[in-house]
Ligand binder design. Structure first.
Ligand code: KIV
Length: 300
């Protein structure tokens, strides 16, 4: 699949696309960077209309879109379908394709091949991978070396949450916090353009921030980061339950969807839908002719 996806006109024609130097400049100025996940055309259009800086086609799609209870099952082909739909809805935000579990760990060659597919087949402008151990740092270096901007991700890394002891905050001891700092520095040295800090105590983030030169985007990492990201479905309430502690909910779309479909079902069952305003008309003469034809057919 190599056809290039259509890119939509910007929601705001005066707005310039996000660039990597632009992100550095925002960090320098202390101008908060806004990132959100998107997984399809409508979520991309919402991100575009809101004027966010970065859109991540996150492997959280495994849970938000595909109904898995972890991110590990989603594969590259799933991600490419979603990323192409997002691409069609975006113009100004920089689009980052998340590399799913199993698509980059095996070798530098595998990581570069996967990242190239994200760029060539889905139109991603950058990719993200998880972890700051030696292997992840090598993969980040290899991808950046191939000319593809890469974002790192430290702290709670959902793809390896089992190894981390579960879905919980990271860096709560001095040793663990210091390890996160070393991982972020190693990723920076490998050439990442930005790093996600996930589920890290705010006070730890504050201590680490002065060490990091690239933009840091936080999710559950306090207010000291250069930007914030939330999962689209979490911030809009397109999910059952409240989600992690760090989520702030700005809408309750799941409830709206439930209510809407329930109202439709009720209207159908009580024959309130469709009403005359939902029906097509036909010329009375044509209708009379049809009635004549049908009457003739049933008589013969
Ligand atoms: O997949 C995802 O949504 C992410 C964000 C939480 C950063 O990695």
């Amino acid at each position: 699949m190599s056809s290039h996806p259509t890119v939509h006109a910007p929601a705001d024609p005066g707005r310039l696309p996000t660039t990597l130097p632009g992100l550095i400049e925002k960090k320098r100025l202390g101008d908060p960077i806004v990132m959100v996940t998107a997984y399809d055309y409508p979520s991309a259009r919402a991100a575009e209309a809101a004027g966010v800086d970065l859109v991540l086609v996150g492997d959280s799609a495994a849970t938000t879109m595909l109904g898995y209870n972890a991110t590990t099952p989603v594969d590259l082909d799933d991600m490419l379908v979603l990323a192409r739909a997002v691409r069609r809805g975006l113009s100004c935000p920089l689009m980052i394709g998340d590399l799913p579990f199993g698509s980059y760990e095996v070798s530098d060659e595998q990581a570069i091949t996967t990242a190239l597919r994200m760029v060539k087949e889905a139109g991603a402008e950058a990719v993200k991978l998880e972890g700051g151990n030696d292997a992840s740092v090598r993969r980040a270096r290899a991808i950046a070396g191939a000319g593809i901007p890469v974002m790192g991700h430290v702290g709670l890394t959902p793809q390896t949450s089992t190894a981390l002891g579960g879905w919980k905050a990271q860096g709560r001891t001095a040793a663990a916090a210091s390890r996160i700092g070393s991982e972020a520095l190693a990723l920076q040295d490998a050439g990442v353009f930005a790093i996600v800090f996930e589920a890290i105590p705010a006070a730890v983030t504050e201590e680490l921030m002065p060490l990091i030169d690239v933009p840091v985007i936080g999710i559950g990492a306090g207010a000291a980061t250069d930007g914030q990201v939330l999962v689209f479905h979490d911030l809009l309430g397109i999910r059952d339950g409240l989600g992690p502690r760090f989520v702030k909910r700005y809408a309750n779309i799941q409830q709206e969807m439930n209510d809407g479909v329930r109202a439709f079902a009720e209207d159908v069952r009580t024959r309130r839908y469709p009403g005359p305003e939902h029906c097509y008309s036909v010329d009375p003469g044509e209708l009379a002719e049809l009635q004549g034809q049908l009457a003739g057919r049933s008589a013969s």
